[in-house]
Design a protein around this ligand. Structure first.
Ligand SMILES: Cc1cc2nc3c(=O)[nH]c(=O)nc-3n(C[C@H](O)[C@H](O)[C@H](O)COP(=O)(O)OP(=O)(O)OC[C@H]3O[C@@H](n4cnc5c(N)ncnc54)[C@H](O)[C@@H]3O)c2cc1C
Ligand code: FES
Length: 366
C-alpha cells in the first residue's frame, strides 16, 4: 500500500461521472480527475477528500473517505444519509452525473504502515465506516500475495449494509486471504457472536474466537466514536501496541459542536480587547483581530480575511486545518486528529484553538 505525504488542502471543481445507489440511504459518487490534476488527486488507500457546496445559502463542506484502491483519473466516495444531516441529505437528493462539485485534494493518515507485506490486517468497521476500509482491503489483497485481511463489519440489517456486493466479490476472488464477519444489530444471524450490538462482551468474544490479536500486524477501526474508543481500549487491555492501531473518526459524537467554529459571524468593535492573530498561508502573511470575549477559533478569525484557509470538518476530527504555533499561546479545545508527535512539533487544530495570548502567530505552510 502507498504511504502518505501531507500537502496543502486545496479545492478544484471536478465533474461527477456517476452516482450509484448502494442502499436505501447511501450512494457512491464517482468523480473524473482530469489529466492535469492527476498528481494532485493521487492518494493512499484509507484517505479522504472533502466536498464543498452551498446549501440553503451556506457554504458547507464535509469529508468523505475514498472507497476504492487508487485508480488514475477517478475518485469514488460513499455517502450515507445522516438523519437530519445537511450535506448528506443534499448529496443523496441532488447529486447527479454531469454536475460539478468543489473537491479537496486527498488527506488523512488512516493508512497502512506495512507497505511491503506480508501481513495480517484486521478492520473493525460500522455503518459508513466501511468506506475507507474497502479501499484498504482491495489494496492489501492486491498488494502482496502473502497479505491477509479480516473484516468485522457491523450494520443494523443486511439491507443497510454498504458495499455488500463489492465485499462478496472480493471474497470470491481471495477466498483464503479475506475473512468477512458481518455483525447485524437488528437481525439474528446463525451465530450468536455475530448478532446484536458490538459491545464490550461481543468484541471480547470476537477477539477470543475469530481474530486473535497475537496473529494481527495492523488494526483499522472506523465507526461511531463510542465503538472506536471501546475497540481501542479493549485492544490496549489485550496488549496490542498503540502504534499498530489506526483509527478514523467521522464525528466526535457531539454534533452540536460541529461547524461551530467556521463561518461564525463575529463583529470586531473599536476599543474592544482583542487577540491579534497573524498567519502564514501559501507564502503570504495576513493579520486579523479577534475579540477576547468571543472565544473565537483561529480558523474562524482567519476566514474573515482569507476564504482559502484550509478546513473540512471544523469539528476537530479531520486535521485539515492544522498549523504550527510560531509564537504566542492557544487553548486547543478538542483534538481527535493530531498524533502526539505532531503535538510535540507544535501543531494545533486551528478550528479548535482559541488564542490565550495577546499576539499569536501560526503557520499553515509548515
Ligand atoms: C475524515 C472523515 C471521513 C469521513 N468519511 C465519510 C464517509 O466515507 N462516508 C460518510 O457517509 N460520512 C463520512 N464522514 C462524515 C461526513 O463528513 C459528515 O459528517 C456526515 O455525512 C454528516 O454530514 P451532514 O452534513 O449530513 O450532517 P450535519 O448537518 O453535519 O449533522 C450531523 C448530525 O448531527 C445532527 N445535528 C446537526 N446539528 C445539530 C445540533 N445543533 N444539535 C444536535 N444535533 C445536530 C444531525 O441531525 C445529524 O444527525 C467522514 C468524516 C470525516 C471527518
Ligand atoms: S477542520 Fe477538521 S480538524 Fe479542523
Amino acid at each position: 500500500m502507498a504511504t502518505t505525504t501531507r500537502r496543502r488542502a486545496s479545492f478544484h471543481d471536478l465533474t461527477v461521472s456517476a452516482v450509484r445507489t448502494l442502499t436505501d440511504d447511501s450512494i457512491e459518487v464517482s468523480f473524473t480527475v482530469p489529466p492535469e490534476l492527476v498528481d494532485d488527486y493521487s492518494y493512499a488507500p484509507g484517505q479522504y477528500i472533502a466536498l464543498r457546496t452551498t446549501v440553503e445559502g451556506d457554504d458547507v463542506r464535509r469529508s468523505y473517505s475514498i472507497c476504492q484502491a487508487p485508480v488514475t483519473g477517478e475518485l469514488k466516495v460513499g455517502i450515507k444519509r445522516d438523519l437530519g444531516g445537511l450535506f448528506s441529505t443534499w448529496a443523496i437528493e441532488n447529486l447527479r452525473a454531469g454536475m460539478q462539485l468543489a473537491v479537496m485534494v486527498p488527506e488523512g493518515t488512516f493508512t497502512s504502515q506495512l507497505v511491503d507485506g506480508p501481513a495480517h490486517f484486521v478492520a473493525i468497521a460500522a455503518g459508513s465506516g466501511i468506506t475507507p476500509v474497502v479501499a484498504l482491503i482491495q489494496a492489501a489483497l492486491a498488494g502482496h500475495p502473502g497479505n491477509r485481511f479480516s473484516l468485522v463489519y457491523s450494520n443494523r440489517t443486511a439491507m443497510d449494509t454498504m458495499f455488500v456486493d463489492e465485499l462478496a466479490d472480493l471474497k470470491d476472488r481471495y477466498p483464503t486471504r479475506l475473512a468477512l464477519y458481518h455483525v447485524l444489530t437488528r437481525e439474528r444471524r446463525s451465530s450468536e457472536l455475530l448478532s446484536g450490538r458490538l459491545d464490550a462482551e461481543k468484541i471480547g468474544g470476537i477477539l477470543d474466537q475469530l481474530v486473535s490479536p497475537s496473529d494481527v500486524d495492523e488494526w483499522f477501526i472506523c465507526g461511531p466514536f463510542e465503538l472506536v474508543q471501546l475497540v481501542r481500549d479493549t485492544l490496549a487491555e489485550r496488549g496490542v501496541a498503540a502504534g499498530d492501531i489506526r483509527y478514523e473518526l467521522f464525528t466526535t459524537g457531539r454534533p452540536e459542536r460541529l461547524g461551530g467554529q467556521s463561518g461564525r459571524p463575529i463583529v470586531v468593535e473599536e476599543g474592544q480587547a482583542v487577540h491579534t492573530i497573524s498567519f502564514q498561508l501559501d507564502g503570504t502573511t495576513a493579520t486579523v483581530t479577534s475579540p477576547v470575549h468571543s472565544n473565537e477559533s483561529i480558523l474562524n478569525a482567519a476566514l474573515r480575511v482569507r476564504s482559502d484557509v484550509p478546513f473540512a470538518c471544523a469539528g476537530g476530527v479531520c486535521g485539515t486545518c492544522r498549523a504550527t504555533v510560531v509564537s504566542g499561546t492557544v487553548d486547543m479545545v478538542e483534538n481527535y486528529a493530531l498524533e502526539p508527535e505532531e503535538l510535540a512539533r507544535g501543531y494545533v487544530l486551528t478550528c479548535q484553538s482559541i488564542p490565550t495570548s495577546e499576539f499569536v502567530d501560526v503557520n499553515y505552510d509548515s
